[in-house]
Unconditional design. Structure first.
Length: 410
């Protein structure tokens, strides 16, 4: 499509995380921005400085504008909150300069202050706005025990959310379980909710368990249980470690752990004190090693705390399925990933807080001879397709650009 053929009204993508950042959020936002740029003018307001990879530059790609941003460590909560507040404020003023009536702005819930700034700027400039709901605040902080359900901060954030949801034109959920908590806000209507799940970044295909796998060859145990990715406030590292402790005398089973976040720091503290022989840590795995690492384990754990349903969806889930591995999910049965596991027979769901149940499930999985599990996992991963998701985002943006009625649904 030639530039003169592009539809009037540009798309602005506001995201703290964007390449060259290597996080999952950055990859998702870059995929969406590049897909939209094939048909529209796209400007990205990014909070991550540095040179873009070649795949993100050139004709038909988004124009990236860097927003000054200081990233504090996840453990430095006060400094991090101040940094995120400043980033949201700078993004608001950048949007006030960039947006025109009829434009569309797309953002995500990281950091949690950013959607408020985006919704306000879009409202003031006569633009339309959409939010990708990766995490629902303050609900996720209440679930993690960082806020009380009836505290002043919680009530203030919920009131602000009601105003924000009223101003937004669309809210994209990545899990079916998000609809119920969203509709508890007075500003939200079902007509604004769009369900567009995330996708596997690896090609869905069975990967056999290979003894010469570089991550497996130094482990003598027959059965490897893996844990990978970011362990944040919504995750429960203790249940994984306690399950490993309960299984320490089973020499057939070994735990291979790799990731980052406060949960992994806690796991390292627990291992430093207990020194379990059936637990090993691997440094953060780079993208080019991800496929080999995910193929190194026989089973993968995704450990959530209580009340995760509707609050968070694990993006790593789809890549675990793509390599043909079963999962054991610690969460409520109604959570999105749990629904998918049960519907398609992809593994096991364990109640939060039940380390004994998790250990028993892992032991049973190590003796399971269901040869069709891998095929079911790969087939399910293929349903969560990048092209399908990108087309859904493109269709939503076209709807926002062309349907003036949406601008009145506030």
């Amino acid at each position: 499509m030639q530039p003169q053929d592009r539809i009037a009204g540009k798309i602005v993508v506001a995201s703290q995380h964007y390449p060259p950042d290597s996080s999952t959020t950055a990859a998702i936002m870059a995929e969406i921005a590049c897909r939209l740029a094939s048909e529209h003018e796209v400007v990205v307001l990014s909070g991550w400085p540095g040179a873009l990879p070649p795949s993100q530059t050139g004709p038909g790609k988004p124009r990236v504008v860097a927003i000054r941003n200081h990233m504090s460590g996840k453990a430095a909560l006060v400094r991090r909150a101040m940094s995120e507040l400043l980033f949201a404020a700078r993004t608001f003023f950048a949007l006030m300069r960039q947006l025109r009536r009829g434009d569309v702005v797309l953002t995500v819930t990281a950091p949690f202050m950013l959607p408020y700034a985006v919704a306000a700027a879009a409202r003031l400039r006569g633009a339309r706005s959409a939010l990708i709901m990766h995490d629902l605040f303050p609900d996720v902080l209440v679930m993690a025990g960082l806020l009380k359900p009836r505290s002043l901060v919680t009530r203030t954030m919920r009131a602000a959310n009601s105003l924000m949801f009223r101003a937004l034109n669309a809210v994209i959920t990545i899990g079916r379980d998000a609809e119920r908590p969203l509709l508890s806000y007075s500003g939200m209507t079902r007509s604004k909710i769009r369900f567009i799940p995330n996708w596997a970044t690896l090609v869905p295909a069975p990967r056999p368990v290979a003894p010469d796998n570089p991550f497996r060859k130094n482990v003598s145990a027959r059965y490897i249980v893996g844990l990978s990715g970011n362990l944040g406030f919504t995750h429960d590292p203790e249940i994984v470690f306690e399950a490993a402790r309960l299984l320490k005398d089973d020499t057939d089973i070994h735990f291979l752990l790799s990731g980052w976040g406060i949960g992994f720091e806690r796991l390292k503290q627990l291992q430093a004190a207990a020194n379990l022989s059936n637990v090993s840590f691997v440094g953060r795995v780079e993208d080019f090693e991800l496929e080999a690492f995910l193929a190194s384990a026989d089973l993968w754990i995704i450990p959530y705390r209580k009340d995760v349903a509707g609050v968070s969806v694990p993006s790593r889930f789809y890549n675990l399925l793509a390599v043909g591995r079963p999962v054991v999910l610690v969460s409520e049965q109604e959570a999105e990933a749990a629904l998918t596991v049960v519907e398609h027979g992809l593994g096991w769901v364990v109640a939060p807080g039940r380390a004994d149940e998790l250990a028993a499930t892992i032991r049973a999985a190590s003796r399971c001879d269901d040869g069709s599990l891998a095929a079911r996992a790969v087939k399910t991963a293929a349903r969560f397709d990048r092209t399908t998701a990108m087309n859904a985002y493109a269709a939503l943006v076209d709807e926002l650009l062309h349907n003036p009625d949406l601008a009145e649904q506030r």
